[in-house]
Design a protein around this ligand. Structure first.
Ligand code: ZN
Length: 344
């Protein structure tokens, strides 16, 4: 089969790899119907050194079950399924507590003999624990919306949930990428009254307004902090959802959160040390967040998509064929595209 391989920074190719096959009785093999490029794929795309064993890319995908191992009980060939961005057994202590990203037997896609999601097919370890069935056909126009359940929508939702967003709250979302826009959707779902989106790409912040942002602040750093403080009568917002992953964004978060407030960071941190010291201690600020256990949120969020309450798939503004995936990476890396959908 054809799959997306990253050889080194800037060098993404679609090449032939071994066809997936059932290796364990708990495996399934799926034919991939659609996938996409994630903002987090851009970090290795920018930085990976040359390697002899290229990495199989992609961790957000929807597919049709083609074959199941003898112990798979919940799925049969022909089922359309969404795949969360890590696989998990669904039975260990961490999975039962909803922390599927800490599964005792789980792991990420594309490493250690596991396929990636930007290809024609994939072996799915622990199919019963990992996959979620989609109650639509593979030609459904909801597929882009449902694909966001793999990662971005659940990651934005994780930010809002771990920050404790509740009815009437004021919330600042930092970052106008696909996760930031998903955090806006999620804050609104949880009843936030005021949602201030910090971002400077007008096309993206316009979409953020349609998703529920009540205010947009384009300024960054001290200017941005001052603008949010002015909008909130000097106090800052109850919750801050940091969806960037850079140190400056976290510093900005501490600037716009109110005393006693909560910051949740779901942008994969690209910094080793957290600037969270005595001043934040004096202000009783809580810092939470982390990698989103997306598998644990899929059933909760899917009805909102099926009902038409939310349209998170609007974050996809370009579609490429699998063979053109390198162009998809370039478009996202050069910020010509917000998020790129892949059709194999
Ligand atoms: Zn587990």
């Amino acid at each position: 089969m054809r799959a997306t391989l990253l050889f080194q920074a800037g060098d993404v190719r679609v090449e032939d790899v071994a066809d997936p096959r059932i290796q364990q009785p708990t495996d399934a093999v799926i034919r991939i119907v659609t996938g996409c490029v994630c903002g987090s794929d851009l970090w290795p795309y920018k930085s990976q050194p040359l390697t002899d064993t290229p990495r199989q890319m992609g961790h957000e995908f929807i597919g049709v079950v083609e074959e199941t191992g003898t112990e798979v009980k919940s799925f049969k060939p022909g089922d359309l399924v969404v795949v969360p961005f890590t696989y998990s057994d669904g039975t260990c202590d961490n999975c039962r507590r909803g922390l599927t990203t800490s599964c005792a037997h789980g792991g990420p896609w594309g490493v250690g003999g596991v396929d990636g999601g930007q290809g024609e097919a994939a072996r799915i370890p622990f199919a019963d624990g990992t996959l979620v069935k989609l109650p639509v056909g593979e030609d459904s126009e909801l597929l882009p919306d449902l694909l966001t359940l793999s990662d971005v929508l659940c990651t934005g939702y994780h930010a809002a949930r771990t920050a404790g967003v509740k009815a009437g709250d004021s919330v600042t979302v930092i970052g106008d990428g696909a996760v930031g826009l998903s955090a806006v959707i999620s804050a609104k779902l949880l009843g936030a009254e005021r949602i201030i989106l910090m971002g400077r790409h007008t096309k993206r912040t316009d979409l953020g307004r349609e998703f529920g942002a009540t205010d947009v602040v384009a300024g960054r750093g001290q200017d941005g902090v001052a603008a949010v403080r002015e909008l909130t009568g000097g106090t800052g917002t109850d919750r801050v959802l940091e969806c960037v992953g850079l140190k400056n964004a976290l510093v900005q978060a501490t600037g716009v959160v109110r005393d006693g407030g909560v910051i949740s960071r779901v942008g994969a941190p690209q910094y080793p040390e957290v600037p969270f010291g005595f001043p934040e201690f004096l202000r009783n600020i809580t810092l939470t967040g982390g990698v989103a256990p997306s598998r644990a949120y899929i059933e909760e969020l899917m009805p909102h998509i099926l009902n038409g309450d939310i349209h998170p798939g609007r974050v996809f503004d370009r579609t490429v064929a699998l063979d053109d995936v390198a162009e998809g990476y370039r478009l996202m890396n050069d910020r010509e595209a917000l998020k790129v959908l892949i059709r194999p």
